[in-house]
Design a protein around this ligand. Structure first.
Ligand SMILES: [Fe+2]
Ligand SMILES: [Fe+2]
Length: 283
């Protein structure tokens, strides 16, 4: 038996049956999985178009993932569970993560974190939307994560979450929309600096970029659904704006990652449909 295994990371699929704009690209992604099923699909959040506001979008995401021909896990994004409280001003443009939204997310998508031991690896997925929330569930997740790290023994580690822990510098300020709250980031640094950690897989930016931090490579997974123009989304991390997903091949000494453009994925531009799919932006 080969000691390599393949994990496909997809992110920001933003599916909905209310606004089916991004379903064609989902179907192309699902067809690629059916043609060559990986060991595991990890969706690093924003699986739904707007599940925090419309729970039926969470149900849509769960149903589409359930039809994949392999195991899958979803860790929530801000569009699924709500966002950092300091980034939500009550205008309704962004929704705050709450216990009710967490419960809806978990009910539809399943557990919001995971631990998978495969070969010599421990793959960890966390609910990044808890980070900086000050909800009791944040503390409980940190305890779980620390125990998972402490119990990993000689296994190599990979971590999946929605927002990048940072864009270019672990000391950069916040909270900002694009990355993890610095208070929570500080508590993640023990794991981020762990020499066994070889991969951090995140999403949220709808860009692909790679950064090195210690022994780990931080990879921001593109979205198969859409990209945004620099008018809508300022230049952040110097990544490439192209629809696609990531394939991680884990082997005993490390992980090799490549971006998959999917070939026939439509290069959908959010700007063209944003007022339709996110009408709250106009408020
Ligand atoms: Fe997204
Ligand atoms: Fe996001």
């Amino acid at each position: 038996m080969s000691d390599e295994f393949r994990v496909v990371q997809v992110s920001d699929t933003h599916v909905s049956h209310r606004h089916p704009h991004f379903l064609a690209n989902w179907r192309r992604f699902a067809a690629a999985m059916a043609a060559d099923p990986p060991r595991l699909v990890v969706n690093t959040g924003d699986a739904s178009l707007a599940g925090a506001r419309h729970p039926e979008d969470l149900v849509a995401a769960a149903g589409l993932h359930a039809a994949l021909p392999c195991a899958w896990r979803i860790v929530p994004g801000n569009h699924d569970a709500g966002d950092h409280p300091a980034l939500c001003d009550g205008s309704g443009r962004r929704l705050e993560v709450t216990r009710a939204r967490l419960a809806a997310c978990r009910a539809a998508l399943g557990p919001d974190r995971f631990l998978e031991d495969i070969g010599g690896w421990r793959l960890l997925g966390i609910n990044g939307m808890l980070l900086g929330s000050d909800l009791p569930e944040e503390e409980e997740q940190f305890d779980w994560l620390e125990a998972a790290r402490a119990g990993a023994g000689g296994r190599l580690l990979a971590l999946f979450l929605h927002k990048p822990p940072f864009l270019s510098d672990p000391a950069e300020p916040g909270p900002v929309y694009w990355s993890v709250d610095p208070r929570a980031r500080a508590r993640l640094m023990g794991l981020l600096d762990d020499p066994r950690l070889r991969l951090v897989g995140c999403g949220h930016l709808h860009e692909h970029f790679a950064r090195r931090h210690g022994a780990a490579e931080m990879r921001c997974c593109p979205s198969p659904a859409f990209v945004a123009s620099p008018t809508l989304q300022p230049e952040l991390a110097g990544g490439t704006r192209e629809t696609g997903w990531l394939e991680h091949v884990f082997h005993p000494d490390g992980v090799a990652t490549r971006m998959v453009t999917g070939g026939d994925l439509a290069p959908t531009l959010l700007d063209d449909v944003v007022d339709e799919v996110y009408p709250e932006r106009r408020r």
